[in-house]
Design a binder for this molecule. Structure first.
Ligand code: S3P
Length: 170
């Protein structure tokens, strides 16, 4: 079984994924780090040099490799991964998807301190952050909403998440 965590930047996909992997005894894969390992490049450098379109194509290639890899894993996707090509279709065909849903204000609060580490938010003024997240979420929600499981990220209860996952794979 593969479990894909999806959601906006800052929604806690990687930290939740790590905890979940420990609880379920699965391998954990962070797609952004895997991208850097497989393509031997910093993700930010790749996007700056080649642009977002090229990044999305390489990201799709990586998703295909991970989706077809046999074995169990918790995979934290990048915030935009589900929203390009038929990535959400591939994710749902290959395993269970979990959307960590968060209010734009909560995301803005979490992202404020790390804006310059996020290639797509770099250079944004603090006062423009909330509007950018809201606009992004308008575009991305239809994809995120295709997830098998949705859970609020603000006060995430790991036991509840594990229960929901077990109910879905029973
Ligand atoms: C992106 C999110 C990032 C990373 C890339 C693009 C996005 O991942 O994949 O910078 O489009 O939302 P995180 O959600 O892990 O920060």
């Amino acid at each position: 079984m593969k479990i894909f965590l999806i959601g906006y930047m800052g929604s806690g996909k990687s930290s939740t994924g790590r905890k979940l992997a420990r609880k379920l005894g699965y391998r954990f894969i962070d797609m952004d780090l895997e991208f850097e390992r497989v393509y031997s490049v910093k993700l930010g450098d790749y996007i700056n040099t080649h642009g977002e379109t090229a990044f999305r194509a390489r990201e799709r290639d990586l998703l295909e490799i991970l989706a077809h890899d046999p074995g169990e894993a918790i995979i934290a996707t990048g915030g935009g991964t589900p929203c390009f090509f038929d990535n959400m279709g591939l994710i749902n065909k290959s395993g269970l998807s979990v959307y960590l849903e968060m209010h734009p204000r909560s995301l803005a609060q979490r992202l404020e301190a790390s804006l310059n580490e996020r290639p797509l938010l770099k250079g944004l003024k603090d006062e423009d952050l909330l509007g950018k997240i809201e606009k992004h979420l308008e575009e991305r929600r239809p994809f995120y909403n295709k997830a098998n499981i949705k859970i609020k990220g603000e006060s995430l209860d790991m036991e509840e998440l594990v229960r929901k996952i077990k109910d879905n794979i029973a």
